[in-house]
Design a protein around this ligand. Sequence first.
Ligand code: RAT
Ligand code: ZN
Length: 402
Amino acid sequence: MTLSRDNLSNKLLNIINTTAIFDLHTHLFPPNHDNFFLSGFKYLLSYHYLIAELLTATDIDASTFYSYNNEKKSSIIWKELFEKRTPVSEACAGVLTIIKELNIEIKNKNFTDICIEYDKKIHSDKNILELSNVSSLVMTNNPFDLDEWSLFGKNDWDKKRYLASLRLDDLILDYEESLKKAKDQTSNDEVDNIIAYLEKRYSQSSPVYAAVSLNSDTFNKLLDDSFWRNILDWLQSKKLPLSLMLGVKRAVNKDFELAGDGIGNINLKELSKLCNLFPKNKFLVTCLALNDQHELTVLARKHPNLRIFGFWWFMNQPTLIKQILKMRIDMLGFSFIPQHSDARVSDQLIYKWSHFKKILHPILLEYYQDLLYKNFPISEDILQRDINNLLSGNAKNFLGIK
Ligand code: RAT
Ligand code: ZN
């Protein structure tokens, strides 16, 4: 049935809120992966986005802060960012969204009261997945971190819900050490120990893509090193897309540890070269700097083997998303992957997705209203088809997942 201007907004909202999400990039793990599955109020508060905010908004010394246990870290963050200051940043707003979603009143309650109440409400990842409507997600799995990789030695977790990806940053950050690990775990007569090692990790984890974060200094390795060319050939043989997370500079402030990474340079002309040199490889791409977004969108219009995804990290701000999402739609229609959560604490799925949907709805509404105005009929089926594609189908199709 064709929709009218009067019922369009509600129908669209309803479809956005009820469509299952496939989350293309997270740092989450299933609950039985002890020490890696993170959930609960204290982890939520000791998120590195909030730590960076704390360490720059106060005169708290980074190494002193990091010497505290999680309980103390999170209570300091609550006191400094939520009690002594007004929590308006996106990272702070996220915490408040979750608290509200769980119907927790914060008035007249201290940190401990909220913690106790919060931890009574969230019992498992199932709770969170239901609340956020995420049906499956992709983890970030580092094949060179043997402790983290031990997940694939276990069988009691839901492999359909938690999909694997091979994160290859260690091959850039510490090639020698990675090679040593690969040699230790493969037989000596292998011609290429790294490929043999990846092959082994591939069969253990059935990843849906490989990923690497780069800047202009490291991107050229992909084009120039025979080692990376072999990896690209191997990825192609496996039909595994490579996710390129571009424009990060690690440790701009080393003292901040995980919270100390920043923006680096990236030359997207080189990305275009890569797409041409490896036409049979598929590339998922996201850029960290606002400056690169327009050029990236143009490249996505030129290279069928390049698919834009998400609003990564410093780009994940409502003001920027509104602007760039519209630009992407104007140029690409709906043929891109609009968002991923990058959640590190499972509970964050709730806010990362609800914040995005709040932006998505009015923006899409404008496009559909314009279509109606031009007498293009819009039915509920069309809306459902489009939202399925945006929240899951585009990513799954690119990855070849049924
Ligand atoms: O957004 C983040 O949490 C960053 O620390 C990074 O993990 C980034 O998303 C990445 O995957 O490198
Ligand atoms: Zn990430």
